[in-house]
Design a protein around this ligand. Sequence first.
Ligand SMILES: Cc1cc2nc3c(=O)[nH]c(=O)nc-3n(C[C@H](O)[C@H](O)[C@H](O)COP(=O)(O)OP(=O)(O)OC[C@H]3O[C@@H](n4cnc5c(N)ncnc54)[C@H](O)[C@@H]3O)c2cc1C
Length: 178
Amino acid sequence: MEFAFTPEQVEFRRSVAAFCEKEILPIAARCDASGEFPLHLFPLMGKLGYLGVKFPPEYGGAGEGNVTYAILAEELGRASAGIALGFYVHVALALTAVAAFGTPAQKTRYLRPGIAGEKIGAWGFAEPGAGSDPGSVTCRAEKTAAGYRITGTKMFTTNSPFADFVVLTASTAPGQGV
Ligand SMILES: Cc1cc2nc3c(=O)[nH]c(=O)nc-3n(C[C@H](O)[C@H](O)[C@H](O)COP(=O)(O)OP(=O)(O)OC[C@H]3O[C@@H](n4cnc5c(N)ncnc54)[C@H](O)[C@@H]3O)c2cc1C
């Protein structure tokens, strides 16, 4: 089995590292201190193809898979753990869930603009009383004529102050576990 990075992956790492040095390192300490998130990086990274690196070309991605995505996550994390987390939640949690489980209409509505950095995703898993345990989720999903009505409380939701959409866990049958 071959574990070495391909020449394309090595070049991708070099280009992301240069991007981080120019766009993230100079503002990282200020963002940590002020709590501000550099939202302008979403469309910038969308244009560079970074946000769609692991997703299918039919939705604007590069179809390069998870190893190339991991290179992106590593380099962002090296520049700023805080800024990297916002992009991790957007790409690895919210967009990945839409790509894996979304309908074609949901992929057009959320995945495509998410890859372009025009819409920002969040991930609502943690709840007071149901941290690591999905079977204890108390957030309810009740079927309605228009879709589902969601009732409940989430916490620690990264990106929530500015997200355009949230992918969340909710139970249609509370008390039945997972
Ligand atoms: C920086 C940051 C960003 C976050 N962003 C998000 C986000 O965007 N969306 C989101 O949904 N959540 C987010 N979280 C929350 C994260 O998902 C929760 O912190 C995590 O699920 C753990 O939940 P908890 O803190 O309630 O810990 P608990 O679930 O109470 O766990 C506490 C400890 O007990 C251990 N433990 C729990 N259950 C068991 C068990 N059955 N057996 C053995 N050990 C166990 C755990 O491993 C842990 O060490 C974020 C957290 C951080 C720190």
